[in-house]
Design a protein around this ligand. Structure first.
Ligand code: UGA
Length: 437
């Protein structure tokens, strides 16, 4: 077998599109498939549906070289492929448990077309035991074995291409020993780049993904709770995070206070893990508390903003940054959505500016709020500026150009250079700092 494989990705969201494109860059032959024909037509024109640094260039290069193709599911003939990757969305149901409808549809499709040399790889985040269910389903009444591999992704939006090409670890869970050889070919280009290629069983691999996201969200919720204490006692959260992070057992990453964690992964995965532990009856307390803590914190931050506006007798503010973090256009579960809902219910007039996220925000709030494509115009007539994401544009803002609007800024990411802002006559409030809003 050549060490270059033919891979079919089902699902062209963040995970499917980024990892499919990167596998093509590494020399494999990749087809990214989706049921959304409009999306596939756009991708064939090299139009990328998401904002992700470096992705557009990589898609262009690999599409032009013929190593990356796009197709709708019905055009796929799995006899042409060595590996079928499931990379579809796994949203949560109303009750927080995982909706596996899209995964099930792909499994049905694969089952119809499976062949002896096919391996199925699951990159979607799925509840514990899902790979086993897929394995049993694909091998029911079959003369040969189709192996199922759990290979979770640890990509961060905004950094996804870099994360894929320089991974800190690659996790591979599978059932059949012989699969190791094929996975060796698939990940061969990483042998020199990544020291930690871990081979394990599927349930362990599935839980590594949930445990990682749960741990990171715990870190964020934890530092936000410490920020809350800081405000009560006049301590400095940034210095505390720095002091804590110097201990290599703790580490300095993911200790930045903010308005609460959001995105398409942390809130969803914490909820799903809670559902899983409920089912297992393991009586876990910490994971449930993280979700509660994050919700409480978003509300506390919203109340701080409202209290300030009430104190100065104003009803108008400007929010800079609406995505759940910087360097993405994604507003899914952005804490800003909760903040805006809270303030709208109190009849506050809201202006918003964001370099990438306003189009999506419009689909939620329509005419209820005002949208500005210019950061300087966005503050006119408002009495408070709230910085909700850490876009570098906000750090570099020219304060002397912010003439007509508010002279007060609530920096929810603690990113501003206070000296420049104060020199221009601004009052800055930060999270977990002495001067409270
Ligand atoms: C997260 C994980 O970091 C990835 O490893 C994982 O692959 C991905 O979920 C996923 O499961 O697909 P992502 O959702 O892109 O990635 O976002 P993060 O950069 O992890 O940030 C999550 C949230 O935590 C954001 O709202 C961010 O603003 C917040 N955060 C993060 C903080 O408030 N403070 C920090 O110090 C770090």
């Amino acid at each position: 077998m050549s060490n270059k494989l033919n891979i079919c990705f089902f699902g062209t969201g963040y995970v499917g599109l980024v990892s499919g494109t990167c596998f093509a860059k590494l020399g494999h032959y990749v087809t990214c498939a989706d049921t959304d024909s409009e999306k596939i037509s756009q991708l064939k024109l090299k139009k990328i549906p998401i904002y992700e640094p470096e992705l557009t260039e990589l898609v262009e290069q690999n599409f032009d070289s013929g190593r990356l193709k796009f197709a709708i599911n019905s055009e796929i003939d799995l006899r042409e492929f060595d590996i079928a990757v499931i990379a579809v969305g796994t949203p949560n149901k109303q009750d927080g448990s995982t909706n596996l409808t899209f995964v099930d549809e792909v499994v049905k499709f694969i089952k119809k077309q499976k062949h002896k040399n096919l391996t199925v790889m699951v990159k979607s985040t799925v509840p514990l035991g899902t790979c086993r269910i897929i394995y049993d389903e694909l091998n029911k009444n079959s003369q040969y074995k189709i192996d199922v591999v759990s290979n979770p992704e640890f990509l961060r939006e905004g950094n996804a291409v870099k994360d894929f090409l320089k991974p800190e670890r690659i996790i591979l869970g599978y059932f059949e020993k012989e699969t190791k050889r094929k996975l060796g070919n698939l990940y061969q280009p990483f042998n020199k780049i990544c020291k930690n290629i871990i081979h394990t069983d599927c349930q362990t691999s599935e839980l590594i993904k949930y445990a990682s996201n749960a741990f990171l969200s715990t870190k964020v919720a934890f530092i936000n709770e410490i920020a809350n204490i800081c405000e009560k006692i006049d301590a400095d959260i940034n210095m505390i995070a720095y002091g804590m992070g110097l201990d290599s057992r703790i580490g300095s990453k993911f200790l930045n206070p903010g308005p609460g964690f959001g995105g398409s992964c942390f809130p969803k995965d914490i909820q799903a893990l809670n559902k899983i532990t409920d089912k297992l009856n393991t009586n876990n307390k910490l994971i449930a508390a993280v979700e509660i803590s994050n919700n409480q914190w978003k509300l506390a931050v919203s109340k701080k903003i409202l209290n300030y506006l009430q104190k100065i007798g104003s009803k108008k503010l400007t929010i800079w940054g609406v995505t759940y973090k910087a360097n993405t256009d994604d507003i899914r579960s952005s804490p800003v959505i909760d903040i805006i809902k809270f303030l709208l219910a109190k009849n506050i007039i809201i202006n918003c500016y964001d370099p990438m996220g306003l189009q999506s925000l419009k689909t939620i709030f329509g005419k209820e709020i005002n949208y500005y494509s210019n950061i300087y115009a966005s503050t006119q007539g408002s009495d408070l500026i709230v910085i909700a994401t850490e876009w570098s544009e906000f750090k570099e803002v020219n304060f002397s150009k912010l003439k007509k609007g508010s002279k007060t800024i609530f920096d929810l990411r603690n990113i501003l250079n206070d000296k420049a802002a104060k020199k221009a006559g601004f009052t800055i409030y930060k999270l977990g700092k002495k001067d409270k809003l």
